[in-house]
Write a protein that binds this ligand. Structure first.
Ligand code: GTP
Ligand code: MG
Length: 233
């Protein structure tokens, strides 16, 4: 069984090398795919030289910042194409602790989608100001209520997915971005009847680098949840 960890990275020069080291130190049988969008800070060059030391590392360089949604979709296509069985998504900025990966992997033997969840008992967030905490909490409560599918952390970007669940997705049809994409991904998998399991994680605010997810996609996500409920069966 082959595992691929998909990491979108844009301007992560202070994180990406440590992240790759850390993951492969935990388990050298993991493979990593980084989707990098021509970062002005040189993240792409760091990845190119890292590839010389690690045969487990693959990199897709895209010509410009094309967003998180399309990065995941490209990663999923790559994973299916190369025959991976277990596919993980995580951020480059250490908000998602790679130490959780092996726990996710063992859960994936029983479930089709494993979600690293901040909003179940034993989960949580460290380092965010109260306003951001409140927004994320409220956003996830809103998404849970509006979609009616009972997922507590639908905006989590830390997931493990079985190949079969990704094969069931209409990758060409999914157009949402950022948080909306993360919600839609989980919604579609759950709606198809796949087994979904939330496992608690402690999410830690990034220490190095700057945030690049724009906040105006929050409104887009609020509309999306209703659209999904009405159109996706
Ligand atoms: N390839 C690619 N990666 C991106 C893009 N936008 C964000 N990322 C990466 O996606 C992950 C999540 O983005 P973050 O900026 O950490 O977003 P966030 O976690 O909501 O915000 P912070 O934790 O406050 O930084 C990180 O690994 C980013 O480097 C993009 O347009 N293209
Ligand atoms: Mg982050």
């Amino acid at each position: 069984m082959k595992s691929l960890i998909i990491i979108p990275a844009y301007n992560e020069k202070d994180n990406i090398e440590n992240m790759v080291h850390k993951i492969l130190e935990i388990d050298s049988s993991f493979n990593i795919l980084v989707i990098e969008d021509n970062s002005p800070d040189g993240t792409g060059h760091i990845l190119d030289s890292l590839q010389k030391s690690y045969k487990q590392l693959a990199v897709i360089h895209r010509p410009e910042k094309l967003g998180l949604g399309t990065a995941y979709i490209q990663g999923f296509k790559y994973a299916l194409d190369k025959g991976y069985d277990y596919i993980f998504t995580m951020d480059a900025d250490f908000s998602h602790n790679p130490d959780y990966l092996q726990g996710f992997l063992s859960e994936l033997k029983k479930s089709d989608l494993v979600i690293g969840s901040r909003y179940i008992p034993q989960g949580g967030v460290l380092g965010w100001p109260w306003r951001r905490k409140l927004l994320s909490r409220f956003g996830n409560f809103y998404a849970k209520t509006a979609t009616g599918i009972g997922i507590n952390d639908s905006t989590s970007g830390f997931t493990g997915i079985r190949r079969e669940a990704i094969e069931g997705l209409p990758l060409e049809e999914i157009k949402s971005e950022g948080y909306g994409f993360l919600i839609e991904l989980k919604y579609r998998i759950k709606k198809k009847g796949f087994g979904v399991k939330e496992v608690p994680i402690i999410f830690v605010d990034r220490i190095a680098g700057k945030s690049k997810i724009s906040r105006n996609i929050i409104f887009e996500a609020m509309v999306l949840v209703w659209k999904m409920r009405l159109t996706i069966r």
